[in-house]
Design a protein around this ligand. Structure first.
Ligand code: HEC
Length: 206
């Protein structure tokens, strides 16, 4: 046999010997294990060092989070000092704030409450119901209650607190109010904005 043939055969044996056709059963070998293996307590595990035997410890009493400190209950929960829903927006409304609220509204609320807030979102075509915002109850609902629906959820509606941070929640609340006004303004109110109701009607009819 020529050297080339032997070399080729050897190469074939080496290559094929790597094909085991089944997964490795042994743990992988680490040349440099870094800190893959170490003595530690994972969550929910036991630690006899403590009297209660739990490895998880509660924060020391009086601990405050760094950064956003949620002490402003009106802002963070929409409640006043007596635990009632606030009746005012705790943040200033600007055009960009409303626009932001509208954007978030279209992302998170339209599937159920609909673009116009009339409860005719896509789910209404699938046999599910979400309420319209254009009823007296909804129009009279304090700001804090709308906030609470977003923050805590209500009955079958889940909470959106993780999708929306505190400013965004209020921006959506402001937008819901704007939607309500857009469907329920008197002629006087429309005139006060310098808009002719007759012209508006004509435009709508087009
Ligand atoms: C998955 C569907 C769904 C989505 C998405 C949804 N809602 Fe709702 N919402 C509901 C349903 C259903 C109810 C009625 C719950 C009940 O009272 O039984 C409701 C009720 C409400 C109410 C009335 C609360 C009250 O106290 O009666 C408000 C306000 C509201 N939603 C706002 C929002 C806002 C703002 C968003 C977007 C952040 C949103 N919803 C997203 C389904 C939804």
């Amino acid at each position: 046999m020529s050297t080339i043939r032997i070399a080729a055969l050897l190469l074939l044996v080496i290559l094929l010997s790597a094909c085991r056709g089944q997964p490795f059963e042994e743990p992988p070998r680490f040349v440099q294990p870094n800190m893959h293996y170490q003595e530690k307590f994972t969550y929910q595990s036991e630690n006899r060092f403590f009297e209660d035997g739990r490895a998880d410890r509660l924060p020391v009493e009086g601990t405050v989070p760094r950064g956003r400190l949620a002490v402003d209950v009106a802002l963070h929960e929409g409640l006043d000092e007596n635990g009632n829903f606030v009746t005012d927006l705790p943040l200033d409304v600007s055009r960009s704030f409303l626009m932001r609220g509208g954007e978030r509204y279209y992302i998170y609320c339209t599937p159920c409450h609909g673009n116009a807030g009339d409860g005719m979102g896509i789910i209404s075509q699938r046999g599910l119901i979400a309420p319209s915002f254009h009823t007296d109850t909804m129009r009279e609902m304090p700001y804090g209650q709308i906030y609470s629906a977003i923050y805590n959820g209500i009955n079958t509606m889940g909470s959106y607190r993780h999708q929306l941070d505190v400013e965004d929640r209020w921006a959506v609340v402001a937008y819901v109010r704007a939607l309500q006004l857009s469907q329920y303004a008197s002629e006087e109110e429309v005139r006060a904005l310098g808009i002719d109701p007759e012209e508006l009607r004509a435009q709508m009819a087009e």
